[in-house]
Design a protein. Structure first.
Length: 232
């Protein structure tokens, strides 16, 4: 049996990966798991969580899959991508998919564009209709500063394992991502030791890449990468 572990991002939950998960469940008979990292999900409770607890939760779920599966694929989104890097360095993962991986963070150029839109909407009295504003207003209320520090610790920690990843890897990045600069992909391409790497950009995609308008293309791309034979 094939196992597939999908890991969501910081302050997120399985819903971030939902379109891809649904597609894989329809197209495969894999044992698919999408754990909720401690303190995450639709209702956040991050006050007493640590980056180690996030790593351990993903690691535990991977080991459970490995007990019953002949091979395990790992897919990580944003921070989940860096957790997946850690797992791929430590364990025998068959293939690795990184979606908008947070190897570097905050795209100042795209943030400035989004901020400009926020200002325009505020001046027009349309701020409450701006989805970006509503999303991050909620997150700012629910995310303590300590949790943000734990996030940065995880990114710094997981970067150390990039040169230990040997599994074939697919990296997918949106060029309109306001959180992760798309040039992060070039950094990861240099640092990841795997000899088999594929990089795909989606020109109009933002950070929530699994919900891109071309999500069917994205889903097919990931599925194709996972099932196709790799060169020796």
């Amino acid at each position: 049996m094939t196992g597939c572990l999908l890991i969501h991002g910081y302050t997120g939950g399985p819903y971030e990966l939902e379109p891809l998960v649904d597609y894989l469940k329809e197209c495969t008979d894999w044992n698919i798991k999408v754990p909720i990292l401690p303190g995450h999900g639709k209702k956040l409770s991050l006050e007493n969580t640590t980056y180690q607890s996030w790593l351990h939760a993903a690691e535990y779920r991977f080991n459970k899959l490995a007990e019953t599966c002949d091979e395990v694929y790992c897919i990580g989104f944003s921070m989940g991508g860096m957790i997946a890097v850690y797992l791929a360095a430590k364990y025998d993962i068959a293939k690795l998919v990184l979606l908008a991986p947070a190897g570097k963070f905050l795209c100042s150029r795209q943030l400035s564009r989004d901020f400009g839109v926020l200002i325009k909407d505020a001046l027009k009295g349309h701020l409450k209709r701006n989805h970006l504003y509503l999303h991050y207003k909620k997150k700012m209320r629910e995310v303590p500063i300590k949790a943000n520090l734990e996030f940065w610790k995880l990114i710094r920690f997981s970067r150390k394992f990039l040169n230990e990843v040997k599994a074939p890897v697919l990296i997918v990045q949106g060029k309109q991502d306001h959180m992760v600069p798309y040039k992060t992909v070039y950094y990861l391409d240099q640092e990841i030791a795997s000899k088999q790497k594929e990089i795909v950009f989606f020109d109009q995609a933002r950070h929530m890449i699994c919900w891109v308008d071309d999500k069917n293309i994205l889903n097919e791309l990931i599925h194709s990468f996972l099932v196709k034979p790799m060169a020796c």
